[in-house]
Design a protein around this ligand. Structure first.
Ligand code: DGL
Length: 280
């Protein structure tokens, strides 16, 4: 049944399983600073990367409904795992019932669109959570646009916990950064472009750069997602008109506020004022 949602313009919603989406939000706000934003982190139930399709879909759907109820007409899933496992079902099955005029966008497609112009060898690597790798979303999306590109993926299950436990620059982290990079390059030594397909990985960039051989390009996501959103709003003036412009950003977490404030400082260079919210 259709929800009774308001038609009053509202902020752009950015959702993530936890903190990683802050790297996406940061780039979006740099690129499109005039809009209002509402960030929601499902920190109480993170990580999503090891969870099943059904669980990720149900959690993500709850978050989208909440963001709609809070006034967002446009929601970005700033999480690869949610984009891989929940986006399509929400777009196809849920939006027509929730409100056909609202939109939910993911971050895999904007990342994939740039890859064709970056790889010369046509051999691309993907590093992401187990959930994103097992979903095969990256190879599927890449092959829709660039069928000639060979794609190899490696799951990096320890990278997110290392970042979330403030070990991004720790000495022990080198071992696991090198391990997954070596695994990827052992699968295909012609890779010249590696997609960092998880929103936490920008924090590991200094270490990743250390172990990726020169000549291999690393592709992050924030800038591509921000450019893609700017382009989307240009092409959809009816949606643009429903996004308010007060240059504000509010943060919500399903975990304790104090924990969010402490960990968010790893991802953002500004103090955040966060409120607790329940999704279930
Ligand atoms: N933010 C998620 C992603 O980009 C990683 C964290 C998680 O596993 O929940 O895939």
């Amino acid at each position: 049944m259709k929800q009774n949602l308001s038609s009053i313009p509202g902020p752009i919603g950015v959702f993530d399983s936890g903190y990683g989406g802050l790297t996406i939000l940061d780039e979006i706000r740099k690129r499109l600073p005039r809009y209002d934003y509402l960030y929601l982190g499902d920190n109480a139930r993170t990580p999503y990367g090891t969870r099943s399709f059904d669980v990720v879909y149900n959690f993500t759907r709850q978050a989208v409904v909440k963001l709609f109820e809070m006034g967002c007409h446009l929601v970005i899933l700033g999480c690869n795992t949610a984009s891989a496992k929940a986006l399509r079902t929400i777009q196809q099955n849920d939006l027509p019932f929730l409100d056909p005029a609202r939109r939910v966008l993911g971050i895999i497609r904007p990342t994939v669109e740039c890859v064709g112009g970056l790889t010369a060898s046509r051999h691309v690597g993907v590093m992401a959570t187990s959930g994103t790798i097992n979903s095969e979303s990256y190879p599927l999306e890449i092959h829709k646009l660039f069928p000639d590109i060979e794609v190899s993926g490696v799951a990096c299950p320890l990278w997110v916990p290392l970042v979330e436990n403030s070990e991004a620059t720790g000495d022990g982290t080198d071992y696991f950064v090198r391990k997954y990079i070596d695994q990827l390059l052992a699968k295909d030594d012609r890779i010249d472009t590696i997609i960092l397909g998880c929103t936490h990985y920008p924090l590991l960039l200094p270490k990743i750069r250390k172990y990726v051989p020169p000549g291999i390009r690393l592709v992050g996501q924030g800038e591509y997602v921000a450019d893609s959103l700017a382009d989307y709003l240009r092409r959809h003036p009816e949606m643009e008109a429903r996004c308010t412009r007060g240059a504000t950003c509010s943060f919500y977490t399903t975990e304790a506020k104090e924990k969010f404030i402490e960990s968010a400082s790893l991802f953002l260079n500004e103090p955040v004022d966060v409120r607790h919210i329940a999704l279930d």
